[in-house]
Design a protein around this ligand. Structure first.
Ligand code: 13P
Length: 190
């Protein structure tokens, strides 16, 4: 599937699977020395390939009628720092957002986290949406993992391709759900 079509399909799948609601979340894919990224604030059901924006690795708009996702700085910072990142999916799913508010690492001790994320997922301290401060905080907390939580905000997941990034995002949400179940069990036992 051409990359633009795959990006739109991934955004739709992200929304359909509850990883993002309304116009929250975004996604991008590396295309050579450039990045194809979802446009800002466009409902996923309306999004077509023509709405996808091409930007450079420093965020300059190269192609497209719309403005790129407001989180372009997070996406670009990751592509510059992590040559293994071929695609990024950012979701706002409930268990992960709630866990991110704790400011703790997401560590359920499962092989899933090890396999998909390279280990426990750290939480980057809060910084406002769309800022370089948020991009710096995300990069520092990400390290060599494939996912990071943004405090009181959501998940950023990396993959070799868009499907892979979407899978990592879904695993983080599922593991955050598990983490809450484990915590409530502990509370009952105490
Ligand atoms: P955009 O619509 O600009 O991509 O923003 C959505 C979002 O989730 C910001 O974190």
């Amino acid at each position: 599937m051409p990359l633009r079509a795959e990006l739109v399909a991934t955004c739709r799948d992200m929304a359909a699977s509850g990883l993002a609601v309304a116009t929250t979340g975004n996604a991008s894919v590396r295309d050579g020395d450039t990045v194809l990224i979802s446009p800002t604030s466009l409902p996923y059901e309306e999004m077509t390939e023509a709405d996808v924006v091409r930007i450079g690795l420093n965020g300059e708009v190269l192609e497209g009628e719309r403005a790129p996702s407001s989180e372009w700085q997070v996406h670009c910072a990751i592509y510059r720092a992590r040559p293994d990142a071929g695609a990024i999916v950012h979701g706002h799913s409930p268990h992960a957002v709630a866990w991110s508010a704790l400011g703790e690492e997401l560590d359920t001790g499962t092989e899933d986290l090890e396999h998909y994320c390279g280990g426990p997922v750290r939480t980057a301290p809060f910084a406002p949406t769309g800022t370089a401060e948020l991009a710096d905080a995300v990069l520092a907390a990400l390290g060599d993992r494939n996912a990071v939580l943004m405090a009181r905000h959501g998940i950023v997941a990396l993959g070799r391709d868009l499907r892979g990034a979407l899978h990592v995002c879904a695993v983080v949400e599922q593991q955050a759900h598990v983490a809450w179940l484990l915590r409530s069990t502990k509370n009952v036992q105490q």
